[in-house]
Design a binder for this molecule. Structure first.
Ligand code: GDP
Length: 422
């Protein structure tokens, strides 16, 4: 079943190696019901790591796309490699996603590689939410990591949650859950339930002052975005929830701020709020500007080579998509395509704008938890991600498009296109 375009989220989960990207992805898939069994990286059973060598090395090298569903949203997780050697691959993935969850370790804070991926995401203007992970580890600090995100990344994180307790220390305090600063409630996690159940309680007296301080910081950051809301905030010292969420979303899409969450993905704490936030704050394909490219067809063949072309995110436009990954499994080559416009239909022929050759789309797949769980479908709409079998000469970076309406997307100046959105 496909979601309407505004309910599609094409996201990446990006992080410094070891910050918990794989574990967080795994938990997200678990909650979204794709992975029913909560495997962990340590058991080598993660759904994103379906390459044997990759699983052995414990590094997610290749990009793959996985679709999962959450509260009416269809979330395509485009796996981005975390190792610094693979930054070219990270950049390729960043081109096709609309938003990202950046995972930090509350122990190590912002590391050199976190900076690298953050700058790459800046370059491609990818709206972000932050997840401060490993809150259960000894020495974990939410405040320190939050300040480092501000200072080292020159970012504008806005905490929508603070932790209840931090990594078990000699004082015996341990991480028990999170305080939701929008609703001003505490979420205590039942450790026995793999985090699938949590209890919503009033904020305990000992945390009330701290929660109020952080909430005020959030309200001030949001009030500054809108004059009317600022006036209202000065009068009432509050912002109605609907305005708060709307302004947070708009500012996140512009890249002006980054809603920030915390938890422990290993212990399943705080992952559901992140999934909610993906739907709430990250962009849908409709929030992005039309993709731009050039006409690849030489004049002698009736084309208009070099002339600019663009396609809006709509099923009514001629179809075009970008091959961002080719993965080989026992069934052959599976091309992962981000469909930007029109409808990709099984059994049709498309033009490979680079080679000028026609390619058959013999089978279309919606790719679930791993390649073994792919589900065949007849068509994939603009804004969505498809797994395609059939193209013979396609390589990563190729554009497949309507034969009569050719466009070569490889030449998109991505940052410029996105900047024009603001
Ligand atoms: P990646 O390299 O960013 O994909 O990180 P992984 O998800 O592979 O995690 C690296 C290591 O940290 C693994 O041993 C995980 O079990 C562990 N880990 C991940 N998240 C947490 C967490 O929230 N708390 C603790 N204590 N360990 C975690």
């Amino acid at each position: 079943m496909s979601a309407s375009i505004d309910h599609i989220r094409n996201i990446g989960i990006i992080a410094h190696i070891d910050a918990g990207k794989t574990t967080t992805t795994e938990r997200i898939l678990y909650y979204a019901g794709v992975v029913h069994r909560p495997g962990g990286v340590d058991e080598g059973t993660t759904a994103t790591d379906f390459d044997e060598e990759e699983a052995k090395r414990g590094i997610t090298i290749y990009s793959a796309a996985i679709t999962c569903h959450w509260k009416g949203y269809s979330i395509n997780i485009i796996d981005t490699p975390g190792h610094v050697d693979f930054t070219a691959e990270v950049e390729r993935s960043l081109r096709v996603l609309d938003g990202a969850v950046v995972v930090f370790s509350a122990m190590e804070g912002v590391e050199a590689q976190s900076e690298t991926v953050w700058r790459q995401a800046d370059k491609y203007n990818v709206p972000r939410i932050c997840f401060i992970n490993k809150m259960d580890r000894i020495g974990a600090s939410f405040n320190r990591t939050f300040e480092e995100i501000k200072r080292r990344l020159r970012a504008n994180p806005v905490a929508l949650q603070i932790p209840i307790g931090e990594g078990s220390t000699s004082t015996g305090v341990s991480f028990e859950g999170v305080i939701d600063l929008v609703k001003m409630k505490s979420l205590y996690y039942d450790k026995g339930s793999m985090g699938s159940s949590f209890e919503v309680r009033e904020i305990a007296d000992e945390y009330l002052e701290q929660a109020q301080e952080w909430r005020n910081k959030m309200l001030e950051a949001v009030a500054e975005l809108d004059e009317k809301v600022l006036e209202q905030y000065y009068e009432t010292e509050d912002i109605p929830e609907a305005d708060l969420l709307r302004l947070l979303r708009e500012a996140t899409l512009r890249g002006d701020l980054q809603p920030t969450f915390c938890g422990s993905s290993l212990n399943f704490i705080g992952v559901q709020p992140v999934l909610d936030a993906v739907g709430e704050f990250l962009p849908s394909p409709l929030d992005r500007p039309p993709v731009e490219g050039i006409n690849p067809q030489p004049k002698k063949r009736g084309g208009d080579a070099g002339e600019p072309e663009s396609r809006a995110t709509s099923v009514d436009e001629p179809v075009c998509g970008l091959v961002f990954k080719i993965q080989t499994d026992k069934h052959g080559d599976l091309c992962f395509i981000r469909v930007y416009s029109g409808q990709l239909k099984s059994g049709t022929r498309l033009l490979n704008a680079r080679t000028g050759k026609k390619e058959l789309i013999s089978q279309l797949w919606r790719v679930h938890a791993d390649a073994r769980e792919k589900v065949e479908t007849d068509s994939i709409d603009a804004g969505d991600i498809a797994g395609v079998i059939g193209p013979k000469d396609a390589v990563t970076g190729d554009t497949l498009c309507d034969i009569k309406h050719p466009i070569l997307l490889e030449s998109i100046s991505f940052p410029e296109t996105v900047i024009s959105m603001a």
